[in-house]
Design a protein around this ligand. Structure first.
Ligand code: HEC
Ligand code: HEC
Ligand code: HEC
Length: 292
């Protein structure tokens, strides 16, 4: 939590600097444009990813393209025309699939370059094969620069929308409400400790413990048979900290209890947020129309 807080401070500072700079430099604009330009990929792409497709077709086409580019390069270096042409045929098929799958991206590829690779290979002009492969590489890089991170975030990051987690009364709630309750319990404990209301702190710790236990039962909906991710964040170390917290509150050790809360915030909340929440927020901001 504390580290996150510092990160937020730095971010705010950077934001402030950029606003000051941009107002300074474009004094005519009353409203500085602080928006970030992230291009949205065509929606048709969804057809080539789960759950609309049985497989991650787009991604696997990309892996094939990379392997085929490497094979062509290596065989061109060995001046092995026969193998070179075998991989070129596969490459051509998959490269053209880009615009078959996403017609909006037709202008991103240059099939004519594939034809010239073939021509140069036939002439055993491997120098120009290499030059042309570099030009093809540029078409890959250009599209990746514009779209790769957001496509990964949208189509390959975990989706929590169907997740139902029980609250402390056994009523199902979504991840967002589970988090809001968790945050409320954390702060209620901290407020009570600060004001010496030890009994209230102890009572809330029971709810906090139950809420974390319920959260843990949701991990396996994605982490199936893998116990390690749960163990790392909500395992023995965490339950020991909570036991120790209860003991310290009962003994009236406020400082020690506050320190334990800080440790829990870092090892439970921040640690999970670093893998799960960052991509979640990015994904949501790219899909504003998506149901929560
Ligand atoms: C699965 C690992 C995980 C753990 C453990 C976790 N969080 Fe979260 N948290 C998330 C995800 C994913 C989101 C984004 C969901 C959302 O905002 O709806 C989130 C969002 C939040 C939010 C924003 C909720 C909103 O209104 O959008 C708060 C506040 C929060 N977490 C607090 C906590 C606290 C406090 C803890 C520790 C006691 C904690 N979280 C532990 C995954 C986790
Ligand atoms: C019109 C756009 C476009 C073009 C052209 C394109 N790609 Fe991609 N590529 C993408 C997108 C979008 C992703 C992100 C896919 C994802 O993360 O699921 C991607 C991801 C990849 C990846 C996966 C990277 C990783 O490890 O996660 C590889 C490899 C790749 N592309 C290779 C290539 C090669 C080689 C070419 C050129 C011959 C190429 N791509 C041309 C859009 C494109
Ligand atoms: C909606 C799906 C989803 C849910 C629910 C989910 N995770 Fe994850 N988690 C992922 C994905 C995807 C990754 C990255 C790939 C991987 O490691 O499996 C990941 C990675 C992790 C990692 C880092 C990699 C590792 O194995 O150490 C941890 C730790 C983790 N999750 C903990 C949790 C905990 C704890 C919960 C429950 C509170 C949880 N996750 C719930 C999807 C999910």
């Amino acid at each position: 939590m504390f580290r996150l807080y510092i990160k937020m401070k730095i971010l705010k500072l950077l934001l402030l600097c950029s606003i000051v700079f941009s107002t300074g430099m474009s004094a005519v604009n009353a409203e500085p444009d602080s928006s970030i330009d992230i291009k949205k990929p065509p929606v048709v792409l969804a057809k080539w990813y789960k759950p609309e497709n049985k497989r991650q077709v787009w991604l696997h086409t990309m892996f094939k393209l990379r392997r085929e580019m490497q094979a062509m390069r290596e065989y061109a270096g060995q001046e092995d025309e026969v193998h070179m042409r075998k991989w070129l045929a596969n490459f051509e098929k998959h490269y053209n699939k880009i615009s078959e799958m996403v017609p909006e991206w037709e202008d991103k590829i240059k099939p004519e370059l594939v034809s010239s690779v073939r021509k140069h290979a036939q002439n055993k002009d491997f120098y120009n094969v290499a030059i042309t492969l570099n030009k093809i590489r540029e078409t890959c890089d250009n599209c990746h620069d514009d779209y790769q991170p957001q496509v990964t975030a949208i189509y390959r990051s975990p989706d929590y929308s169907d997740l139902k987690i029980n609250d402390v009364d056994g009523e199902p709630q979504n991840i967002e409400n589970n988090m809001q309750d968790l945050s409320m319990y954390v702060n209620r404990i901290l407020i009570s400790l600060a004001d010496g209301n030890n009994q209230a702190a102890l009572n809330t710790t029971q709810n906090f413990k139950q809420q974390l236990k319920n959260l843990r039962s949701s991990c396996q909906s994605c982490h199936k048979d893998d116990e390690y991710p749960q163990e790392r964040i909500l395992g023995e170390a965490t339950s020991n900290r909570i036991k120790s917290l209860e003991k310290n509150i009962k003994l009236g050790h406020i400082k020690e209890s506050q320190k334990l809360m800080g440790e829990i915030a870092v090892t439970v909340c921040a640690r999970c947020h670093n893998t799960h929440r960052i991509v979640y927020d990015l994904r949501e901001s790219l899909l504003p129309e998506k149901k929560k």
